[in-house]
Design a protein around this ligand. Structure first.
Ligand code: GLN
Length: 568
């Protein structure tokens, strides 16, 4: 069959759920039996999201192949239950860099290199590379159609439709219908303007997804029909939902899947089965139980919106683990600085504590106090990357008596740098090369069979059991020496610092169990997981397992965290 493309663009406002709409469309197509991938276009000049502050742009998502990407790619993976590579994120920075590099290399053979056609051509080349091996590619263009920076991308969509043929590319417009409080009436005018703006690029939407607080009534649908010259059947109502995982179900209620398939001249390859998805979504919306856990973090000072977005993968991973048990996680967001100022009283009412990833000095001591509280009071603890480093700092100081122990990230002169630079990072930082220079992406780790963590990887079926998958890891990742007799798992990373090898034996002597490790081809063995015995659940990892959590396949350590709270 011809390759098919579905392009999702935004009208009126950004931040209305275009990423979730894209993920949902991709999921629906996959459920009809097609092989599907999704691409995110970010029209900013940054090469990638690696150097963006989480409070500015939400969390930085990390792919298996080490890309540092906009969080929308995370939604795609969470919905599609598959790994999406970094090539599926296109930024204006990448496009221009490639064009200029080619020009410098003489590849344009003396021609004048111009905005049109060379920039859209490069955009199309990138979309096509990302679509290799898939029947349907869903492409989301960030921002809204009126943005200046979207012009080359809209031009590229137009060209792609011409090159591939009209039957092979559908355009979905995601728009917003406000209900101004003084009118209490849903207004279609901004949507009409968005349609007009899109038509100025000679692009006409095949489907309009209308985001609004409430469902769209027939009057508004026909208003849009008249204005956009598109039948009401193709105007899809997308009211606010309690859980993002309801979105594909609501779209299917409006038969979006079949309408899109028809538009692309396709028919379903199989009956779409939503049973499991529905059950899990109900587990989130109608939980039987709620557990309160503290998230002790630092990117909280810019308000509620960024707070949620800076840790979106962690809260989604909790959601996923909860969905399978019909448990709601009631997250108490705690700014670590608050603990530094007023102590750990704010932890008294929680049943579990998480210290997620982070960079820089602020709030570090507060996090260490929270970890100390979890250890001493036998409260289930999950440490993610920084959360593992600080768990070891806490242990070194308070159990091993290593006064002033620290990570050299926070105290260059600490007498006990139990967490220290990766060997090659010193040079990188001295040269101020901050972009894409951390230990990034998926690394294989061997697990010890008698560890708590292995128990959870085994229970969730998340370890690489067969020779084939280990062979694939070796071919794809080539990132270390794998002991095939021991269990192997893959998790994603994003950090510069590591457990200092000099202290490993001392930690072990004093009771710390390093349940998983990574052996590079050159250099020291790296500790990837730690746990404490005689504690209901004190588990931490140098990785970010939240990046591999999906609604249908929750992350093992989050499942373990939840179950240890439930069955404590
Ligand atoms: N700042 C720490 C490091 O660079 C931890 C990073 C993280 O939590 N992702 O190693």
């Amino acid at each position: 069959m011809n390759k098919k493309y579905i392009v999702v663009v935004g009208g009126v406002l950004s931040g209305i759920g275009k990423g979730i709409a894209t993920a949902s469309i991709a999921k629906i197509m996959k459920n009809y039996g097609y092989s599907v991938t999704a691409v995110k276009i970010d029209p900013y000049i940054n090469y990638d999201a690696g150097t963006l502050r989480p409070t500015e742009h939400g969390e930085v998502w990390v792919t298996n192949d080490g890309g540092e990407i906009d969080q929308d790619l995370g939604s795609y993976e969470r919905f599609l239950s598959c790994d999406i590579p970094k090539r599926n994120n296109i930024t204006t920075g990448q496009v221009y860099k490639e064009v200029i590099d080619k020009e410098r290399a003489g590849e344009y053979l003396g021609k004048t290199v111009q905005f049109i056609p060379h920039i859209p051509q490069e955009i199309i080349r990138r979309i096509k590379i990302a679509s290799e091996g898939y029947e349907i590619t869903v492409v989301e263009i960030g921002g809204t159609i009126g943005d200046y920076e979207n012009i080359p991308y809209l031009f590229a969509v137009k060209s792609l439709s011409r090159i591939e043929g009209k039957d092979n590319l559908a355009v979905v417009l995601v728009t917003y219908l406000p209900i101004p409080s003084h009118l209490s009436e849903m207004k279609t005018k901004p949507t009409q303007q968005a349609i007009k703006q899109l038509s100025e690029h000679t692009i006409f939407p095949d489907i309009i997804i209308c985001r609004a607080k409430e469902p769209l009534d027939d009057v508004r649908k026909s208003k849009i029909e008249t204005y956009a010259n598109i039948e009401t059947d193709f105007v899809i109502s997308a009211p606010d939902v309690e859980s993002i995982y309801e979105v594909p179900l609501n779209f299917e209620y409006e038969k979006l899947g079949i309408k899109l398939l028809n538009r692309l001249d396709l028919s379903p390859k199989k009956k779409a089965d939503w049973e499991k998805w529905k059950k899990l979504t109900m587990g989130i919306i109608n939980p039987k139980k709620s557990v309160k856990v503290a998230m002790v973090c630092k990117y909280l000072d810019i308000g509620g919106f960024s707070l949620k977005d800076s840790y979106i993968s962690v809260s989604q991973a909790l959601n996923h683990a909860g969905a399978h048990e019909q448990v709601n996680f009631d997250i108490k967001w705690i700014d670590a600085k608050e603990i530094e100022e007023s102590g750990t009283d704010c932890l008294k009412d929680v049943e579990g504590i998480i210290v997620p990833g982070g960079f820089g000095n602020s709030g570090i001591e507060g996090k260490i106090e929270a970890i100390n509280y979890a250890r001493k009071n036998r409260i289930p603890y999950l440490g993610l990357c920084l959360g593992m480093q600080l768990a070891l700092v806490e242990y070194a100081r308070n159990v091993m008596g290593l006064e002033g122990a620290n990570s050299s990230e926070f105290d260059r002169d600490t007498p006990h740098p139990v967490i220290d630079f990766l060997a090659d990072q010193e040079k990188i930082l001295a040269m101020k090369h901050y972009g894409a220079t951390m230990r990034l992406g998926a690394y294989a780790a061997n697990l010890k069979r008698d560890s708590t963590i292995f128990k959870w990887y085994k229970e969730t079926g998340r370890w690489e059991k067969d020779k084939e998958s280990i062979k694939r890891i070796k071919e794809e990742f080539r990132l270390g020496i794998i002991d095939q007799k021991e269990p192997v798992i893959l998790e994603r990373h994003r950090h510069r610092y590591e457990v200092n090898p000099i202290y490993i034996k001392d930690f072990e002597k004093e009771g710390v169990i390093f349940g998983g490790y990574h052996k590079p081809f050159d250099g020291e063995v790296l500790m990837e997981f730690m746990e404490l015995p005689d504690h209901p659940y004190f588990v931490a990892t140098q990785a970010h397992p939240e990046f591999k959590s999906r609604l249908e396949d929750p992350a093992p350590l989050f499942v373990g965290f939840l179950k240890s709270i439930l069955f404590k």
